[in-house]
Design a protein around this ligand. Sequence first.
Ligand SMILES: NC(=O)c1ccc[n+]([C@@H]2O[C@H](COP(=O)([O-])OP(=O)(O)OC[C@H]3O[C@@H](n4cnc5c(N)ncnc54)[C@H](O)[C@@H]3O)[C@@H](O)[C@H]2O)c1
Length: 397
Amino acid sequence: MSPMREIGIGVVSLGWMGRLHSTSYQRIAARFPELGLRPRLVVAADPVPANQEAAREQFGFARAVASIEEVLADPEVEAVSICSPNFLHRDFAVAAAQAGKPFWIEKPMGVSAAQSREIRAAAQDARVATAVGFNYRHAPAVAHLRALVASGRLGRITNMRCWLMADYASSPDGALTWRYDREKAGSGVIGDLLSHGADLVAHVTGQRITEVSARTDVFIPERPIPTSVGVGHGGIEVGSARGPVANEDWVAALATLSGGAHATLESSRVARGHRSDYAIEVYGTEGSARWSFTRMNEFEVMLGEGGAEHGYTTVFAGGDHGEYSRFQPGPGIPLSFDDLKTIEAARFLADVATGSRTAPNASDGLAAAEVCDAIVRSAASRAWTDVPEVEGTTIGF
Ligand SMILES: NC(=O)c1ccc[n+]([C@@H]2O[C@H](COP(=O)([O-])OP(=O)(O)OC[C@H]3O[C@@H](n4cnc5c(N)ncnc54)[C@H](O)[C@@H]3O)[C@@H](O)[C@H]2O)c1
C-alpha cells in the first residue's frame, strides 16, 4: 500500500460537534485505510479560551485561535469543519468556499432555506466538496433500510413514519441558550431535529418531500437566562432572570412524497421520558421495516406472507449492513453515535480527495432546509405548502 497522505484539517467551534468532528477525523486512517488519508488537526477556532486549550491539549491540534479567519488563511488547511451555532453557518460556510476550502457543516445548514441556498451557491461557485451532518443516514440499519427499499423487496412504498422525540429541553429550568433564539437558531425543534427527519424520509424512500401540512407549538414559553457557557446541552449555569422562548418545542407534519407515498413526521424537544428517540418506519405493498436510534444496532423487518409466524423479525446489525464491518469483525456488537460521525468524516474526505459524491452534500442540506421552511410556513398559514425542488441531492437511488 502506498504511504498515507496527510490532509490538513481546520475545525471551527470546539463545542459538542466540533469535538466530535475532531475525534472522527482522527479515526479515519484506521477505519477507512483504503482512502490513504491521514488527517492532521492543524488549527481549531473558538472564542472561548478553555475550548482553545482543550483543542491543543485534549484533541491534539497544532494551534488554536479565536476566529475562523486564521483557519481559512492557513495554507495547510485543506478541509474545514463548521460546527458553530446555526446563525454563524452562512457567513462561515460562504467564507470557507470563497477561500477554496471544502467544508463539512453541521445541520441545520443556516437558520433558513435562504441561508442554505447562499451556502450551496457559494460551494458550487467555488467547486468545493461539501458534507452536512445528517449522521443518522450512516447507521448500518438505516443504510440497509434504504437498500431494502431500493431493491424493491418492500414493494411499492406507500407511507413512512418518522418520529424524533427528545427531552433535552423538557425542564422549564433549562438554560435559554442560542437554540431558543430565532436569530441564532432559526426554527426550534424543526431545524434541530426535524431536519434529520426530512433528510431520513427522503434518504430511505428515495423520494423527495413535495408538500407539507404542519402544526407547531411552544410548551415551555420562558426559560432562565444563562450566566455561563457549556458544551452542547450541558454544563450551563443560569441566573434567576428569565426570557422568552422564541421558537417551537413541538411539530407534527403530514407530507406528500414525489413517488406518491405519504409521510408523517413528528418531533419534540420537550417529550419528557424520550431521551433521544429517533425512529423511522417504512411501509410498502410487500412488507415493512422499522428502526429506532434507541436500539441503533438492530432493525425489524416483515417481508411477504409470514404464515403462522406473520410478524416482525428482529435483525441485529452485522457485516451485511452499511459500513458496519469497518468497526467490528463479527455481528451483533453495538456501534456508537461517534462511529456514525467517523463514517461521515470518511465520506467527506473521500469526496474531497477523489471528487466522489458519497456524503450528504450542501444540496441535501438545502433540500432539508426547504422542507423545514415549508413546515414553518404551513404551521403559520395552516395550509398545505409546496416544497421547492432542489437539484444535485443524493436522494435518488
Ligand atoms: N448532527 C447532529 O446530530 C448534531 C448534534 C448536535 C448539534 N448539532 C449542530 O452542531 C452545531 C453546533 O452545536 P453544538 O451542540 O456543538 O453547540 P455548542 O454550544 O456545544 O458549541 C458551539 C461552539 O461554538 C463556539 N462559538 C461561538 N461563537 C463562535 C465564533 N464566532 N467563532 C467560532 N466559534 C464560536 C462556542 O464557543 C461553542 O464552543 C449546531 O448547528 C447544531 O445544530 C448537530
